[in-house]
Write a protein that binds this ligand. Structure first.
Ligand SMILES: O=C(O)CCC(=O)C(=O)O
Length: 295
């Protein structure tokens, strides 16, 4: 992790991005890390080598090809620079350019039942990504059980999605405080909505770009700069005025980010090798007795 100094006067008095970046062997230091993210003690936790790098890298290499379509959906196709490819559901649990208010819960759950088929063949036989994610997240859950939620009718939420960003593509500045979307009508009332946490593991790192940038800008930051259109963030002004932390991730590395709180983005990919990740969101239930993850 590297802090990029904010050049403007007074910037140092503003909110700093607080991160912990450690090898998996030291993960005991963040054994209650998810609660620490919730309680604003950290914004980002990076665990290097959280997953077996060889298994993830092999899956990333298999997926990074254009001559065969693994079944990617492209919910941001309308905005070419943000044309993220997604495997695991064709109905993401986020706003997209295709669907700026997000999808309905019914269409999401109907798609979720196809998750297993959609991700079959991504990993080698014997590598159960959902179980692996559950096990890794449990190392930061403060002893709380970790599981994928189910809807009232028993249908399971999507545990993770695989994402591919190719040359010239990026994820622009955003927060992920999604609880007010219609898709969350059933889940949000069960959760502690203080924040939402993103979890992202890298399968394949690009030659350049694809870093995670996190900013000391929250939904409560007064007058965070926007472009004249009134809704897009002014990236240059934000980088001038606020603290920024940059994280370069490798195969097997995991980050947890308080994405409901901190403005963040993924840098533009440069070069023939794509950035391939798997991830989603997690939250504690209202009583803080368990951790739920979905995508
Ligand atoms: O793909 C990533 O690294 C970040 C994804 C993201 O922006 C998010 O989880 O909110």
């Amino acid at each position: 992790m590297e802090h990029v100094p904010a050049p403007s006067p007074g910037a140092s008095s503003r909110r700093r991005v607080r991160a912990v970046d450690l090898p998996a062997a030291d993960a005991a230091a963040v054994a209650n890390g998810i609660e620490a993210l919730y309680d604003d003690q950290f914004d980002v936790i990076v665990i290097r080598g959280a997953f077996p790098a060889g298994d993830l890298d092999a899956a990333g290499a298999r997926l990074d090809r254009d001559d065969e379509d693994a079944g990617w959906s492209r919910p941001n196709e309308k905005m070419p620079v943000e044309d993220l490819q997604v495997l695991g559901t064709d109905i993401p649990a986020t706003p997209t350019y295709q669907n700026p208010r997000g999808a309905s819960l019914e269409s999401y759950l109907a798609s979720a039942v196809r998750h297993e088929a959609a991700t079959a063949g991504v990993f080698a036989d014997g590598f159960d990504a959902t179980v692996q994610i559950q096990t890794v997240l449990a190392r930061c859950s403060g002893g709380r059980p970790v599981r994928v939620p189910e809807a009232a009718d028993g249908r399971r939420y999507v545990p993770f999605t695989v994402r591919r960003l190719t040359d010239g593509k990026q994820i622009g500045l955003h927060h992920d405080f999604h609880y007010k979307l219609p898709l969350y009508a059933e889940l949000a009332p069960r959760l502690d909505t203080t924040t939402l946490v993103s979890y992202v593991a890298t399968l394949r790192a690009p030659e350049a770009g694809g870093e995670l940038f996190v900013y000391g800008v929250t939904p409560d930051t007064p007058d965070a700069p926007k472009l004249p259109n009134g809704f897009s963030w002014d990236l240059d002004a934000i980088e001038q005025r606020y603290d920024v932390a940059r994280f370069v991730m490798g195969a097997g590395d995991l980050f947890l980010l308080a994405s409901g709180r901190c403005l963040h983005r993924v840098g533009k990919i440069a070069g023939p090798r794509a950035r391939v990740t798997m991830g989603g969101f997690l939250a504690m239930d209202k009583a803080r007795r368990e951790v739920l993850f979905w995508s």
